[in-house]
Ligand binder design. Structure first.
Ligand code: ZN
Length: 182
């Protein structure tokens, strides 16, 4: 079921242009196994056998190759035990703010205020690097997601839908912030 859910969310994210080409990654933690999207495959067109299974210390358990950004996902799971899903994408407006180096303030929009909270920004690190993974750690207990400078958005939640909805709300907040000239 977990792999099917990841495939479904991947399709939705691809259809909404939150990710293009091979961008983005999605993971779920269930019974101490991390299920994560593969590298070099569009998240709009995944099959079950392509979903990677790995341990919380990064050991791959099947024959699939994980996203190069898997360390960022593991960093969240290993530092916040309430998290069971992580979604990383490059939605247009949230990524625009990431490229401007500007965090998103939630207090302009009721939905965002109550269901998301502020989205701070972590300073630029090379995607996939150890440093990029570490840059998420200071935020993963106090926020529901962050912008990655010059890169994109990452959100997390108690299950996959929760983490995905945080991405939707963050992108909506970014759109509104942009429209009001914030
Ligand atoms: Zn990325």
């Amino acid at each position: 079921m977990t792999a099917k859910d990841i495939i479904e969310i991947g399709k939705r994210m691809y259809d909404k242009n939150y990710i293009v080409a091979h961008d983005g990654n999605i993971s779920v933690l269930a019974d101490n196994i991390v299920y994560i999207t593969p590298t070099n495959i569009s998240k709009g067109f995944m099959t079950e056998d392509q979903i990677v299974e790995m341990t919380l210390d990064g050991q791959v358990l099947n024959s699939a190759i994980p996203s190069s950004e898997y360390k960022m996902h593991l960093a969240v799971y290993n530092n916040n035990k309430n998290v069971h899903a992580v979604v990383h994408s490059h939605p247009l407006y949230a990524t625009t703010f990431a490229c401007m180096g500007k965090p998103l303030k939630s207090d302009i929009l009721a939905e965002a205020m109550y269901q998301l909270g502020d989205i701070p920004i972590a300073k630029y690190e090379v995607p996939g690097s150890e440093e990029a993974a570490e840059s998420v750690i200071p935020y993963c207990n106090d926020y529901n997601g962050i912008l990655l400078e010059k890169h994109g958005l990452i959100t997390w939640g108690f299950n996959l839908l929760d983490a995905y909805y945080k991405t939707e709300i963050a992108e909506f907040l970014a759109k509104i912030t942009y429209n009001i000239g914030g």
